[in-house]
Unconditional design. Structure first.
Length: 169
């Protein structure tokens, strides 16, 4: 059985994952508005991944006899100055999520909740990938610049990303 505190923290994390999805969908909408449909595709895939993260927490809470309590999702920003700014914010956001996951691991340890600690390990590894892919995009954007052929090529590359459900990884 989960402690009240852990249940609350996992419910909060469901909300953060759904907010992440909302944020990336908003970024996808912005990318579409400036005709960068490849970047928009990347963001849409990212948004779906975030929903799958929320679902993982949802499933785990239920499995442990907890109660899922969904909370209102904060509104995301809607405007950015450039695609480089968008990806800078993706990286910052993923760094924040990493700190939230680390906080959950700390809580699990402090409560001797070994099952939650084991469950959270998947997210610890996932965050390494999340930060790495955001960071790679930031670097590529630095090389490509904010317009012209480089950005066009990068947009094409971003357009090839496809969603892979975590269970199939
Ligand atoms: Fe759910 Fe991008 O971390």
């Amino acid at each position: 059985m989960l402690s009240e505190k852990m249940q609350e923290a996992l419910n909060t994390q469901i909300n953060k994952e759904l907010y992440s999805s909302y944020l990336y969908l908003s970024m996808a909408a912005w990318c579409e508005s400036v005709n960068l449909s490849g970047f928009a595709n990347w963001m849409t895939v990212q948004a779906r991944e975030e929903v799958s993260h929320a679902e993982k927490f949802f499933g785990y809470l239920n499995e442990r006899g907890g109660r899922v309590l969904l909370q209102p999702i904060e509104g995301p920003p809607t405007e950015w100055g450039s695609v480089a700014e968008v990806f800078g914010q993706v990286l910052e956001h993923e760094q924040l999520v990493t700190s939230l996951i680390n906080g959950l691991v700390k809580l699990a340890r402090s409560e001797d909740d070994y099952a939650s600690e084991a469950f959270l390990q998947w997210f610890v590894s996932e965050q390494v990938e999340e930060e790495a892919s955001a960071s790679a995009a930031v670097e590529k954007l630095k090389l490509a610049g904010d317009r012209g052929g480089g950005l066009f090529m990068l947009d094409r590359e971003m357009g090839t990303r496809v969603f892979t459900p975590p269970a199939a990884e």
